[in-house]
Design a protein around this ligand. Structure first.
Ligand code: AMP
Length: 566
């Protein structure tokens, strides 16, 4: 939560924050007040003289001050209409100056003072011992999640922030922050860029280009990963000196497309960890559907071990009695050769994927169509923007222009006859609505969906989507992979691969007695010992001191692991 002080300063800051006006404001206000009092005191004597009254000069100042402050003792009063009108003018001026302007001036002064306090709170330099850290250029929700996940992976990070108030607020929220301007070389030197693991340029394409160019002056060697929103930005960032450019829309489109079955059923290697391939495979319309893991005998036929099955974002541990239900996806671990063997095993007796309908023809939808087209799928696409028609006709077999929340359009695109549906609109509410509607019209279709806000993942799965992933998850996984020096692993929104040292309470216990699955929901897929890694260890495997357990699960399940065993 943003700190209270920073919030007040943010709200009331205005110009006072930018220009150091504090003392000047008070001086100016004091001078104005003295001038007004002097003027009214002179006028007091003139109006009194017109009424035939005479007072000493001090009485004029006394009357003006008591009237302006609304005290008005009534010991000195005007008798004429002119005198009363003058009294009212002095009163109204007093109310404006003393009761309105003075408090505002005071608040502005307080703001300047608070800001001066905040400025000294955040360092402009990282600690000397810091190295192997990740420097993040811009703080937002995705960066916040990334910093948290890096911390869990044992990697320190630091976020650059130019605004002292925002920096202080982040500092109060325990975000590791350093103050500095993104366009200045000194910022990167002060952030120990030369000792960092990598720099993430995650602002707009234009700002990122400036970041890359400036940071490259500080070090030629340290990798820079930049995000881009369009292919032109990607090209410029590479030219500027970024080692890797994450074009999120393209990666998102490809991740959605590979979840769509085209041709004979195939296992998909979604990531690798120290030589172990993690593969997803469809169960629907394959020889495995409806069998228990023991009956399916995947290990006997391929050597791969099925460590979990996933249904709409939830994992179930792969035990001999686990039923391979048609609406689930299998998760297996092993070597690349074993994944190939699974492909051959799945291909026997599998039915071919049919027509695919992609809903939303924006950047993500078009990327999905290109990927599917390259695999030989027959693809129909729908978008509500008529201006996209030409671009869509070039890449898809059927194009419909219309709003998918309109019942007639839904009928027109043939949802009932499609084998797979890919929801790529940029509106989560529309995708959730379509998932419910399409699932009702076509209970057997594979539904793959994009989500914009990770908070809607649960809802989209409940609505009937088999797989969902967000732009932010793609970004986070890409950066984590760059830090680990591996390929990004996208297991589906919210699911991740974690590692943890065997907790003291579990040393010497067999895996089956550890209670990891029962108490946290995490699914163990490997145990890493000294120089060895054992994919899908037996339930009787004794957990040794200093070994690492590798599991798949959600971030909250990982947090639960730390709470229970930490
Ligand atoms: P982008 O974020 O570039 O992938 O664009 C998302 C696309 O989804 C845009 O082209 C929108 O026109 C499209 N879209 C959003 N809502 C609907 C809808 N209800 N029906 C059809 N297309 C939609």
């Amino acid at each position: 939560m943003k700190s209270t002080i920073a919030t007040i300063v943010d709200l009331l800051g205005g110009e006072a924050r930018r220009n150091d006006l504090g003392p000047l404001i008070i001086l100016r206000f004091g001078a104005l007040l003295a001038l007004v009092v002097a003027l009214f005191s002179v006028l007091f004597h003139l109006v009194m003289a017109a009424e035939g009254q005479e007072h000493e000069w001090f009485t004029g100042v006394y009357w003006t001050l008591t009237t302006m402050s609304t005290l008005g003792y009534g010991d000195i009063v005007f008798q004429s209409t002119l005198g009363r009108a003058f009294s009212m003018l002095v009163l109204v001026t007093g109310v404006l100056l003393v009761l309105v302007v003075l408090p505002f001036g005071f608040i502005r002064l307080m703001i300047v003072w608070l800001e001066a306090q905040l400025r000294t709170r955040v360092d402009t330099r990282v600690p000397r011992h810091l190295k192997g850290h990740v420097i993040v250029s811009m703080y937002d929700d995705v960066a916040d999640e990334l910093v948290g996940r890096l911390a869990h992976a044992g990697v320190e990070s630091v976020v650059i922030e130019a605004d002292p108030v925002r920096a202080a607020s982040m500092h109060a929220d325990k975000v590791p922050v350093v103050r500095g301007e993104l366009g200045m070389r000194a910022t990167y030197e002060n952030s120990a860029f030369g000792r960092a693991k990598l720099l993430l340029a995650n602002a707009s394409d234009v700002v990122n280009t400036n970041i890359v160019l400036t940071a490259r002056e500080a070090s030629e060697r340290v990798p820079i990963v930049a995000t881009a929103t369009n292919p032109e930005g990607e090209a410029v960032l590479k030219l500027a000196g970024a080692n890797q450019v994450v074009l999120t829309t393209r990666r998102l489109g490809r991740q959605l497309a590979i979840r769509v079955p085209v041709g004979p059923a195939k296992a998909l290697t979604v990531g690798r960890y120290k030589g172990i391939a993690i593969a997803e495979f469809p169960i629907r319309d394959t020889r495995l559907g409806g069998l228990t893991l023991k009956e399916a005998a995947v290990r006997t036929h391929t050597g791969l071990t099925v460590f979990a099955i996933a249904k709409r974002g939830h994992l179930e541990r792969g035990l001999p009695g686990t039923v391979l239900r048609e609406d689930c996806i299998g998760l297996a671990a092993g070597s690349s050769e074993q994944v190939d063997a699974l492909n051959r095993y799945l291909a026997e007796g599998a039915s071919e994927g049919g027509r695919v309908v992609v809903i939303g023809g924006g950047r993500v939808g078009r990327e999905v169509v290109r990927s599917l087209d390259a695999r030989g799928a027959s693809v129909g696409i729908v978008d509500r923007r008529p201006s996209l028609r030409d671009a869509l006709v070039e890449i898809a077999d059927e194009v419909t222009i219309g709003d998918m929340t309109d019942k007639r359009v839904i009928e027109q695109v043939g949802i009932r006859t499609a084998s797979s549906l890919v929801l790529t609109t940029n509106d989560d509410a529309t995708n959730i609505f379509l998932a419910v509607y399409c699932r009702k019209l076509n209970p057997d279709a594979i539904i793959v969906s994009r989500v914009t806000s990770p908070a809607n993942v649960e809802a989209i799965h409940r609505a009937g989507a088999d797989f969902a992933v967000s732009d932010s998850e793609i970004m986070i996984q890409s950066i984590l992979a760059a830090v680990r020096g591996s390929q990004p692993m996208i297991l589906g929104e919210g699911l991740d691969l974690f590692g943890a040292e065997v907790p003291r309470s579990l040393v010497g216990k067999p895996l089956s007695d550890s209670g990891i699955l029962a108490r946290t929901g995490l699914s163990v897929f490997a145990v890493e010992g000294k120089g060895t890694i054992e994919a899908h260890p037996r339930p009787g495997r004794i957990l040794g001191k200093g070994e690492h357990i590798l599991f798949v699960g959600t971030v909250s399940e990982r947090d639960e692991f730390e709470r229970v065993f930490g």
